[in-house]
Design a protein around this ligand. Structure first.
Ligand code: 5GP
Ligand code: MG
Length: 214
């Protein structure tokens, strides 16, 4: 873990909007905190990639917001492409990785910045990095908004990390649970009852009773 990476903030941050209080336990990083952190991360990236043929390769779909804010702060020439990966079904554990979109740009001899939303077990970055190496880039640097170091299974670390977080399941700022919550402007901790409920098998309901949906 890099000592310059901020841990989660001990002091209470903003309050969860009323409409989300049943689902989001608390806000970990506000929009302002994220913006500030991205500005400082970007300075390091610009320093390292200046004068290089830079290709940003971003993993769909979780990086949408992070990527948009990140590249706005990268004041140097770059190309952008995406790889589609899907590892979660509706649950919170990584399953097998499915590639849903392949890279189109040629990265041979170029300097790649591989961007993901969160580094958890490391299975995703590990496999994607292997797939990219075959294409013979000059080098691959990895960049994630969030790092859950305690959950690591594969030997992979990110070169640029926004924030270190403990083992919470987080949503917002691009990160989803069952494809929801990506549009929240902050990163928050999902109430475990939300995913516990979604994991339950659907029981037949008695006539006349409706069942709350996860
Ligand atoms: P890994 O392969 O490192 O276990 O997991 C990486 C992927 O799992 C991320 O790209 C992200 O899609 C998903 N993921 C891991 N932890 C979380 C989390 O706390 N919240 C959400 N929404 N997705 C996560
Ligand atoms: Mg993802």
């Amino acid at each position: 873990m890099s000592p310059s990476v901020p841990e989660i903030h001990a002091r209470p941050t903003a309050r969860v909007p009323r409409r989300l209080r049943q689902e989001v336990e608390r806000i970990l990083f506000t929009e302002d905190q994220i913006a500030q952190r991205i500005r400082s991360m970007s300075r390091g990236i610009v320093r390292d990639f200046t004068g290089r043929e830079m290709v940003v390769v971003s993993l769909l779909n979780g990086t949408v917001m992070f990527l948009a804010d990140l590249i706005r702060n990268l004041s140097l020439p770059l190309r952008l492409d995406f790889i589609g990966v899907s590892s979660y079904g509706a649950g919170t554990e990584s399953g097998d990785l499915v590639f849903t979109k392949e890279l189109r740009l040629d990265v041979r001899g170029r300097d790649v910045l591989l961007v993901d939303d969160i580094l958890d077990t490391g299975k995703t970055l590990y496999q994607v990095r292997d797939r990219l190496r075959v294409l013979k880039p000059r080098r691959i640097k990895t960049c994630v908004l969030l790092n859950k170091a305690a959950r690591r299974v594969e030997a992979v670390e990110a070169d640029y990390v926004g924030f270190e977080i403990p083992d919470f399941f987080v949503v917002g700022y691009g990160l989803d649970f069952a494809e929801r919550y990506r549009n929240l402007p902050f990163v928050g901790v999902l109430h475990p009852h939300v995913y516990a409920r979604a994991a339950q098998p659907i029981k037949p309901t008695r006539p006349g009773k409706t069942r709350a949906q996860g």
